[in-house]
Ligand binder design. Structure first.
Ligand SMILES: [Zn+2]
Length: 308
């Protein structure tokens, strides 16, 4: 159960923080209006101007958005890709929304969505990791309480998790811990086999990935729990921490990967505990664009089941 999410295909949510300029304009406009309206029936100082509200959501604009017809031919893009610098590559495209739009339009052949070394990798039942036994180069312990032996994530992802958990604690919702982070190809073989043994293959495929198809193998995904004492992953969505993560994960570069209502696209039942790191730039574009699956974000087909 996940009460904090909107239904899939809901209209884009309003940004939490609108741009400064429209708010300033709104304040100015309200000020002008107030000065023009005569209010003879009451002393002026009894009239408290209403709090200005941004009624219409204004999506953030990539001011440096590239209009290049062929962004992959741009030298700044080629240099960023050669440096394996994901943030610089996204910036070279003109920002995350321009990057996303180019990929979704099929206009970014230099961006490999199946390369697990990048934050934009898309792994699902139709898209195995390439190579299938991929292992990340740098792993670090998740800087939170961990309830299994799989407590590592890619180093930058572990750092982002630490920042997110600290912010949640500072907001008073309690401690966030991790159940599972990185799982190797071999461990995923055993994890999936265990699900098949206990639940049968159909149920296993709805809840666990086959080896080579798991986001956990990328080092970019973690299953979160609420602590302390730490609960299980199934309880997370109904906790204060789960609600906080659903609302704020994007601010730390994460998305909740398997939302309610998206099973037909992702191939998985809702997992409010499973967060996937895509970096702060892409996560902001995902949030502000009102997306609910990574497949739709990048214009990929739904992946409800394995191809064979
Ligand atoms: Zn997971």
């Amino acid at each position: 159960m996940n009460l904090a999410r909107q239904p899939q295909h809901a209209p884009p949510r309003s940004p939490l923080r609108g741009p400064a300029l429209p708010i300033g304009l709104a304040v100015t406009a309200i000020g002008v209006l107030m000065s023009l309206v005569s209010l003879p029936s009451a002393p002026a100082d009894a009239r408290v101007p209403p709090e200005p509200r941004v009624v219409q959501a204004v999506p953030p604009v990539d001011v440096a958005a590239t209009t290049a017809a062929d962004p992959c031919a741009e030298q700044v893009v080629r240099d960023a890709i050669a440096a394996a610098d994901d943030a610089a590559t996204i910036a070279a495209f003109g920002g995350a929304e321009s990057f996303r739009a180019a990929v979704a339009a099929g206009n970014a052949p230099c961006i490999a969505l199946d390369d697990p070394s990048h934050v934009w990798v898309v792994v699902n039942k139709a898209r195995p990791l390439n190579p299938v036994d991929f292992a990340p180069q740098s792993l670090a312990p998740a800087p939170v309480r961990v309830t299994t032996g799989s407590g590592q994530a890619r180093a930058d992802v572990a750092a982002a998790l630490g920042a997110m958990a600290a912010a949640a604690a500072a907001d008073g919702v309690g401690q966030i811990g991790a159940n599972n982070g990185y799982r190797s190809y071999d461990l995923q073989v055993r994890t999936y086999a265990g699900h098949v043994r206990s639940e049968g293959q159909a149920n296993a495929d709805a809840a666990s990935a086959r080896a080579g198809h798991s986001e956990h193998q990328t080092g970019l995904a973690l299953d979160l729990v609420a602590c302390a004492p730490c609960g299980g992953i199934d309880a997370f969505g109904a906790t204060a921490q789960g609600a906080w993560v659903a609302e704020h994960a994007w601010e730390y570069g994460f998305i909740v990967r398997y939302e309610a209502g998206a099973t037909g696209v992702t191939g998985y039942k809702p997992e409010p505990w499973h967060v996937r790191y895509i970096g702060p730039e892409l996560a902001a574009a995902y949030h502000h664009g009102g997306f609910h699956t990574l497949e739709e974000f990048f214009g990929l087909p739904a992946a409800p089941d394995y191809l064979h």
